[in-house]
Design a binder for this molecule. Structure first.
Ligand code: CMP
Length: 139
């Protein structure tokens, strides 16, 4: 059933700004079931590994510094068409381009500090979920 799951993080900016509750409310109101969730902080090694696909990008150092500067909420979410529906719910990577009512439009401040992560494919959803959660932590 991995095709019906996606992985998300509420990033340090949104946690610092007190938006955990409001973001979880938007996620559950949109019909996603939380099947795994934790409040945690990434180490530099964790963030470099999680975002390894971006390690040649000019913003990689900034991205790792941002993602490690405070706690995050990570979660696996279940719903029909989870990956695409969640990307629609969060909006464009750059909040300036995100549609009205999307999580990034409401809570993100910049393209780097964009409040939430959402997996971009079923394959990456499975990889990212397994990076953060052991099988026994998924319900
Ligand atoms: P995310 O969806 O988690 O995946 C990669 C992240 O890199 C992205 O969200 C942003 O936080 C960050 N990112 C993408 N583009 C830029 C950019 N141009 N400058 C800084 N950070 C970026």
């Amino acid at each position: 059933m991995t095709g019906n799951r996606t992985f998300t993080m509420i990033k340090p900016d949104a946690v610092e700004n007190g938006h955990i509750g409001a973001i979880l409310e938007k996620i559950t109101a949109a019909g996603f079931k939380i099947v795994a969730m934790k409040y945690t902080q990434l180490s530099k090694r964790d963030a470099e590994a999680f975002y390894a696909v971006h390690n040649e990008r000019p913003f990689f150092g900034e991205l790792v510094a941002f993602m490690t500067r405070g706690p995050i909420v990570s979660a696996i979410l279940e719903k029909d068409n989870a990956v695409d529906d969640f990307r629609a719910l969060i909006g464009a990577t750059n909040p300036a381009e995100a549609a009205e009512g999307t999580i990034r439009k409401l809570f993100a401040t910049s393209i780097g500090e964009n409040a939430v992560h959402g997996s971009d494919s079923d394959e990456n959803a499975a990889i990212e979920g397994a990076f953060h959660f052991a099988g026994r932590e998924v319900y």
